[in-house]
Design a protein around this ligand. Structure first.
Ligand code: NAD
Length: 423
């Protein structure tokens, strides 16, 4: 059997994690080989006339790792470090994430190697539209459904959708998710990931028979995911004793007034906590948040936040990963030795992709759900997914991260087995 390796660290790690879990599951060699490769890897060149009249050619990519369960799903990023191997790694992770989430999608990822921070709006639009035209043959509501990722958002999705709709001569809203509510987007998407993270944390407390009202939380990152996770947790009666953003960490042993902090960032021009005040609040170094004595720590900022340099100082009993990859593999081993239980990222932050699935489903049906409908469906799915991974991990006596990988891979493997290999 040909096991792949890669010089790209992200792809190599994704492959190793996959092979490890697949072998533990006892998957057949042929299946391991099929799922260790991507179905389609597309590289495109994107010629663009810049504002100064010069012409530049950017590299773009779209990878579809697996369509065994459904259309490939995954974001498109605009970043100088984008490359084919990175897209392949992230596409594979999307296959497992969608499978674990129990939604009818496979995994995909794409991007354009460019620096949008140095580009005008017009230049970005020309890059987005030419990229959309280049990948038009392989995207579609039933084949590949991209979404926003690093440095792309509602505006880029509308440029993509509009370009392909014009090329095909009909409106194609269901090909891209993450669109603004005014243009076929969905109510509830903004809060979805944070709500899902908090739901996982509350489900964890339930299986551990702990009372949320007697549980303390710290949250690193008070952006989109961190804020909505915090608001949901305090609604459930939990005490959030520490929050942080790039301006530092804010600690109050009696609990941060999350609604007030949310109001503060909503009025701040850069949506930051800088200047936030309440009685008993202490401002500490951003990294110190990781070392606070708390029941649950939620990293909701950046990848690699907990690493080999700081893992041994983490005092939380439980960690619910909201960011993608917030704990490095070395730190994971240190935390495990300390007996800290971790709810893995691709389970905890899957509210976002489940929300994308809701947007797609609404677009296909040409019908809009209310925020209440959206949230109640999201809660139902997230709770079921948490319980499934928890029970599997308990039965197989594996950590939740490994249990999540195994559950996800098993579902895709079943689909490949049933659909069979042809040609
Ligand atoms: P965001 O940009 O809205 O918020 C990030 C927050 O982290 C900001 O408050 C920022 O100030 C803070 N931050 C950055 N560096 C920090 C540091 N060193 N210390 C403390 N705080 C720091 O981003 P987001 O959308 O909330 O995403 C957060 C994470 O969740 C990312 O890893 C993202 O990939 C992941 N994620 C997001 C979604 C989603 O739907 N938004 C879905 C899945 C995963």
């Amino acid at each position: 059997m040909g096991k792949r390796t890669s010089e790209n660290v992200l792809l190599d790690t994704a492959l190793k994690n996959f092979y490890g879990a697949a072998e533990e599951l006892g998957l057949e060699d042929g299946l391991i080989e099929i799922l260790g490769n991507s179905e389609r890897k597309m590289s495109v060149s994107i010629p663009v006339v810049m504002d100064d009249g010069s012409t530049r050619v950017f590299n773009g990519y779209r990878v579809q790792h697996s369509s065994a369960i459904g259309p490939a799903k995954g974001g498109i990023r605009f970043h100088p470090d984008v490359c084919l191997e990175e897209c392949e790694a992230l596409a594979m992770l999307m296959t497992w994430k969608c499978s674990l989430a129990g939604i009818p999608y496979g995994g995909g990822k794409g991007g354009v190697e460019c620096n949008p921070l140095e580009m005008s709006k017009g230049e970005k639009e020309r890059v987005a539209r030419t990229f959309a035209a280049r990948i038009e043959p392989v995207v579609g509501a039933w084949s590949d459904v991209p979404a926003p990722d690093v440095n792309t958002g509602g505006q880029e999705m509308v440029w993509f959708m509009d370009t392909i709709s014009k090329m095909r001569g009909r409106l194609e809203p269901a090909i891209f998710t993450g669109k603004p509510v005014s243009l076929w987007g969905s109510q509830g998407r903004t809060e979805a990931t944070g709500l899902g993270v908090a739901t996982c944390a509350l489900e964890l407390l339930k299986v551990l028979e702990k009372d949320p009202k007697k549980t303390t939380f710290t949250i690193q990152g008070f952006g989109n995911v961190g804020t909505y996770a915090a608001l949901t947790l305090v609604d459930a009666g939990a005490k959030v004793i520490g929050i942080s953003d790039i301006t530092g960490a804010y600690y109050c042993k009696d609990g941060i007034d999350i609604n007030k902090a949310f109001q503060h960032i909503s009025e701040h021009p850069q949506r930051l906590l800088d200047g936030y005040k309440q009685p008993g609040l202490e401002k500490i170094d951003a990294e110190e948040l990781l070392f606070l004595d708390t029941d649950v720590f939620i990293p909701a900022a950046l990848e690699g936040a907990v690493n080999k340099n700081n893992a041994d100082k983490v005092k939380a009993r439980y960690i619910v990963e909201a960011a993608n990859g917030p704990i490095t593999p070395e730190a994971d081993a240190v935390l495990d030795a300390k007996g800290i239980l971790i709810v893995p990222d691709f389970l905890a932050n899957s509210g976002g992709v489940i929300g994308s699935y809701f947007e797609w489903a609404q677009n296909l049906g040409g019908y809009f759900w209310t925020r209440e409908e959206y949230n109640s469906r999201l809660l139902h799915i997230m709770k079921g997914n948490f319980q499934r991974v928890w029970e599997f991990s308990q039965e197989r006596k594996v950590k939740m991260r490994r249990g999540a990988f195994m559950t996800a891979i098993a579902r895709v493997a079943d689909a490949v087995r049933m659909r069979g290999v042809f040609l």
